[in-house]
Design a protein around this ligand. Structure first.
Ligand code: CDP
Length: 269
């Protein structure tokens, strides 16, 4: 299947651009009408906040590798009737694409160039996010050992982060989403009140990854993700921390749903 055959309405890549253009136009008109720096700044704030308000509801699920984010996020999205988006899958898809082209993941110039020239199509099908990169569906390759090894290097490249941030925000312009990653509550959607930080002990995380039959140096990845300069893995100050070490997926989801209700999110589940 090629990206061109996807229903256009499912592709959020261009959604929201009209609003951004209108905002830019507003700033331009205001500058023309009044050159006052202060008032211009005011208009900018209005534009930026109206831009932010254009997002639907976002539940951010961040945390280190193999902490249980994906299982929890998928189940939670189903319970809430929200779309499920794994931002890590987009970083993995870009990494796979770069490796396929024989590019060294540590060569940030070539990584930037390749990521910027790739055609990345993100869309939803049955409330699950999917991705095509240069018309190829990379889903089956995202958990390859070589992708595990290189993804933290690729995701530390600022232009790559910019691309993924843009793609992930576009989902939330048209849908309520449960989005998982490393910087969703801290950088991508800092204004959402619904932030969770999912942790588990190192032993439990190693066991979970081994049970999935993967070679994955999660300790090294965590270190790289936490120490990079741009959008490192951090605990957002207003995030709810949930330790999944001794909880079932169902147990974690129930805990998250209970806290969402306390926060006033209308939840039918
Ligand atoms: O599922 P797992 O915890 O193994 O990781 P993932 O969510 O698939 O993310 C893979 C990698 O992408 C992470 O180790 C990070 O390097 C990067 N990532 C990121 O930098 N920011 C995000 N929001 C999501 C993932």
């Amino acid at each position: 299947m090629v990206a061109a055959s996807l229903p256009a309405a499912l592709d959020p890549a261009t959604a929201g651009e009209g609003r951004a253009k209108r905002g830019a136009e507003l700033i331009k008109q205001h500058r023309f009408a009044s050159p006052s720096g202060r008032r211009l700044q005011l208009i900018r704030v209005v534009f930026m906040s109206s831009n932010r308000q254009s997002f639907h509801r976002v539940v951010a699920i961040d945390g280190p590798a193999a902490s249980g984010k994906s299982s929890v996020a998928r189940e939670l999205a189903q319970r809430l009737g929200f779309a499920h988006v794994n931002s890590g899958a987009i970083y993995r898809a870009i990494t796979w694409h770069i490796l396929q082209k024989g590019i060294d993941a540590g060569d940030s110039d070539r990584v930037t160039q390749t990521a910027e020239s790739a055609e990345i199509t993100c869309y939803l099908q049955d409330n699950e996010a999917h991705i095509f990169i240069d018309n190829v569906d990379p889903t089956d390759y995202l958990r390859e050992d070589r992708v595990n090894e290189s993804v933290s290097r690729v995701s530390s490249v600022p232009r790559v982060r910019r691309i993924v941030e843009h793609k992930t925000r576009e989902y939330a312009r048209s849908h309520d989403v449960v989005m998982e990653g490393r910087d969703i509550g801290s950088v991508v959607f800092p204004d959402t009140p619904y932030k969770f930080y999912i942790v588990a002990s190192r032993e439990v995380r190693l066991r979970r990854r081994a049970a999935q039959g993967q070679r994955d140096e999660i300790t090294m990845r965590d270190h790289a993700d936490s120490s990079r300069l741009v959008s490192p893995l951090v605990l957002a100050k207003d995030a709810h921390v949930i330790d999944t070490s001794h909880l079932t997926i169902e147990g974690v989801v129930s805990e998250v749903v209970a806290r969402l209700k306390e926060m006033g999110l209308k939840v039918s589940a």
